[in-house]
Design a binder for this molecule. Structure first.
Ligand SMILES: Cc1cc2nc3c(=O)[nH]c(=O)nc-3n(C[C@H](O)[C@H](O)[C@H](O)COP(=O)(O)OP(=O)(O)OC[C@H]3O[C@@H](n4cnc5c(N)ncnc54)[C@H](O)[C@@H]3O)c2cc1C
Length: 401
């Protein structure tokens, strides 16, 4: 069968496109995803995020040794599951800073100023707080306030206030700057991925939409300078599917340039140097990756103020029961739902640093788990010894009340 649109990559972008394009019954749409289904409950429970950077639903990429990080090799999580990043991410609903969109427009991208894109953000959204100038209601993407914040978040806000960072109730509203709770891509304390939002069962029943999971695209088939189909690899072996109108490449930050380059689209000299026939010399493909580095500061608490103890099996069982009965507690938390935006460079055009307060240690791969996350009494001698062990200055003694 030939399709009008063949979409490569059933991630955040690909599922939305598949849903929107198949709204027109005349469009025959095929969505191809290398990963499998999102049946596992951990994809649905907000706190399932704790497992996501440890391998579930991801390609398992690692960086090469980083020369500016003492040769450190970092795990680089990229989704490999239907829904892509929206199925495994931390569910933080955050738009780009409006100055970023306006800069794109100034650079020549028509239709990309913040004023231009805002109606689409509003159209996509079903915000639990309701509608206003910045937010929409009735769209497929559910957005909600955190279901299970902890009192330690208030302490974090107070500390930020002391450092001169104001509280912001809505980072996607008038101003991004400040500290507060993020809103989350959740509905009723469950993750709302693009599969839940855009590819729900009534969309999947459309006769003009076909979704193939566990199906990897090896290359785009090009005929006389035009993309006319893709070569796929699945349980039935290799074959070619044709696209009468468009091949849409939505395979992610790494997947998209990789597929283009394997198809001969990219910088000609580089492609030739690795033995790939050049179909289209296109400078820039596969280069200029910009990523944000997380710097973790892990602290011992003065008491049981985080969700750390729930890593123990019996407490995990308690948390599971509480979630099933009340939709509250640790499992209802995406664990990174508090934070904000501020300035490392006070003259920056817009906030250049983002914060997350993790409600436990060891949540993400590569981040240490604390052996004793909560001491009822951190004795000064103990704290001094610990600081010395870590090569840190001695702690400042607390004032007696
Ligand atoms: C661990 C993690 C946490 C994150 N947390 C947040 C957050 O809290 N808030 C936020 O806004 N963003 C977050 N992000 C980022 C966000 O999820 C991504 O920016 C977004 O999902 C990117 O969408 P995409 O469609 O471009 O790519 P993806 O969603 O990555 O989709 C690409 C899809 O293409 C598939 N694919 C790749 N190559 C092929 C091929 N050759 N053949 C077939 N299929 C292929 C992949 O398997 C994947 O499913 C997070 C990302 C990660 C990894």
């Amino acid at each position: 069968m030939a399709y009008d649109y063949v979409i490569v990559g059933g991630g955040s972008a690909g599922c939305v496109l598949a849903s929107r394009l198949s709204e027109k019954p005349d469009n025959k749409v095929l969505l191809l995803e290398a990963g499998g289904g999102d049946w596992h409950p951990l994809y649905k429970w907000p706190a399932g995020f704790a497992k996501m950077t440890k391998g579930l639903g991801s390609w398992g990429y690692e960086t090469v040794p980083q020369k500016h990080m003492n040769g450190r090799v970092l795990r680089f999580t990229q989704a490999k599951v239907i829904g892509g990043g929206s199925t495994i991410n931390a569910q933080i609903y955050i738009r780009g800073n409006k100055h970023d969109y306006d800069e794109w427009r100034q650079l020549g991208c028509e239709g990309w100023s913040y004023e231009d894109v805002l109606p689409y953000f509003r159209k996509a959204e079903h915000n639990s707080r309701g509608e206003n100038a910045y937010h929409g209601r009735g769209g497929p993407q559910a957005v909600s306030d955190p279901a299970a914040p902890l009192p330690i978040c208030e302490a974090f806000f107070a500390a930020a206030g002391e450092a001169g960072i104001p509280r912001n109730p809505d980072f996607n509203g008038e101003l991004q700057d400040g500290i507060g709770h993020y809103q989350l891509t959740q509905r009723n304390a469950r993750r709302c991925s693009v599969v839940t939002g855009y590819l729900n069962s009534s969309v999947r029943r459309r006769g003009n939409l076909v979704v193939w999971k566990n199906c990897t695209v090896n290359r785009i088939v090009i005929d006389k300078g035009r993309a006319v189909g893709v070569e796929i690899d699945n349980a039935d072996g290799k074959s070619v599917v044709s696209a009468e109108r468009e091949v849409i490449v939505s395979s992610g930050t790494f997947g998209s340039p990789k597929l283009l380059m394997l198809s001969g689209i990219g910088p000609a000299d580089h492609l030739r140097s690795v033995g790939i026939d050049v179909a289209h010399d296109l400078q820039g493909v596969g280069g200029n990756l910009q990523d944000h580095i997380d710097i973790f500061v892990i602290c011992e608490c003065t008491g049981d103020h985080t969700y750390d103890k729930y890593a123990k099996p019996h407490w995990a069982a308690v948390a599971g029961l509480r979630y099933l009965l009340t939709k509250k507690g640790p499992l209802a938390s995406s664990l990174f739902e508090t934070g904000g935006f501020w300035y490392a460079d006070e003259n920056a055009r817009s906030a250049d640093i983002q914060f997350h307060l993790g409600l436990g240690s060891g949540i993400e791969a590569g981040v240490a788990k604390m052996e004793t996350p909560a001491s009822r009494s951190i004795r000064p001698t103990c704290a001094r010894a610990r600081a010395a062990r870590c090569g840190l200055p001695p702690p400042i003694p607390r004032q007696r009340r």
